[in-house]
Design a protein around this ligand. Sequence first.
Ligand code: NAD
Length: 493
Amino acid sequence: MPEQAPCPLFINGEWIISSATETSPVYNPSDGTQISATPMCGQEEASKAVEAAAAAFPELANTPATDRVQVMFRFKELLEKHFGELSQIVTRENGKTLDESRGSVRRGIEVVEFACGAPSFLMGESLENIARNIDCDTIRQPLGVSVSISPFNFPIMVPMWTFPIALVCGNTFVLKPSEKVPLSCIRLVELLQEAGLPPGVLNLIHGGKEAVDTLLTHPDVKTVSFVGSTPIARYIYETATQNGKRVQSSGGAKNYLIVLPDAEPDSTIDAIMGSAYGCAGERCMAGSALVCIDQAGEEFMPLLSNAARHLRVGPTDRDPDAQMGPVVTKAHLDNIHQHIQNGISEGADLLVDGREVRVEDTPEGFYLGPTIFDHVTPQMSIAQEEIFGPVLSTMRTADLDTAIEYCNNSGFGNAAVLFTQSGAAARKFRHSVNAGMVGINVGVPAPMAFFPFSGWNNSFFGDLHVQGHEGVSFFTRQKVTISRWIETKKRFF
Ligand code: NAD
């Protein structure tokens, strides 16, 4: 695709140029240049995509699961073949390091591998003789048109949380990626087309609120999967459920990392660094609040500050040694700066100031170095609000109970992590913590494709999460049949 041409839409098996007059810029965050433009589709184009998906549904629903998965097997092969290229696209439009992009594409591929098991996981249950001569069984059937609205931070992985499973379950699909990172999904859809996906089965549109609102209210849409910030996640859940859709809506997070004094130092520092600064902190699983218990603060904070000061920040699209890349846009960078300013105004100690980082060769990139606040109190905004950048807010307490209380009061509930050598402390933490994904000496406890991605509280609105068997339940509905067969007097067998 030529640079800065508006991104195409994919509707009913054809690539088309949007008639939208408004576009949104797409940047290479490493150097700040504009690399493309996202058309902000309106109601008409979003409706066309839904109608194409609705028209393709009856045929897909009638296709045996064993045939549906053949497309996924071919898709998986193409993803492996183009693995490097896909990772580079993610790095180019999102800014994460190539290693991080590779990891995220791999996570997406794992969902495809899980989806290839559809003939097994779609099997129903049955019980003979629930009463004399009466049998009961369940089958799973697709619902119709599914839509997915995704965020900027994982341009390939998050869209792939949903559509591979939805499609093998027999649903057709409309995908609406983030307007900030549309290029990765375009390549994914090209590969799906090459894998032999029939026209209309998956459609791609671009845009923002108008396109999304059309999807949320269209009568042919049956399920809505959303991933993004909490205010929008709540809005999506409320609007789509009011319109009769089944909804899974993942929101933002404030993930707590808690360190007991007995934690093993080297691996703990590595894990905290990876959690707080991996993907430049733009991860819904990023550790952004650190609680050091008792002596842990004295021991760990100097080690952590030293590691943070030495992390190499740079242009991930051209510097293979860069350990942390830029954030996604200048507007997002400005927003993170505002959070840092709020922390200073509230009286926290700015131990490491990432605003001092300079990247000489690409000064126009959207860079911020690792930032650490110490002596933060739980009431401060930097302890409560999602910053979504490389900023770590450190609190200190005397005991584990208080640390768990801080974590449980956050209102969010994605990840919570404890570093310790004590099995008893780990067990207590797992039991008491009010979050859906728990790490014990693991900084980013993100589950693999066959487990649910299990956010709680303000990090998730809905009942069935993405991935694994919850994903299968979300994209199917069960039909229970009760049959009575009585041998007649007239015997034919
Ligand atoms: P965002 O909420 O700004 O946007 C997400 C999607 O919603 C985009 O596709 C966007 O176009 C659309 N959108 C934006 N405003 C809208 C509106 N008013 N009405 C309808 N649609 C709208 O999120 P983002 O900045 O792209 O992504 C970062 C957020 O995503 C963070 O809060 C992060 O924690 C969250 N996230 C959560 C998870 C999770 O599993 N819980 C995973 C990844 C990211």
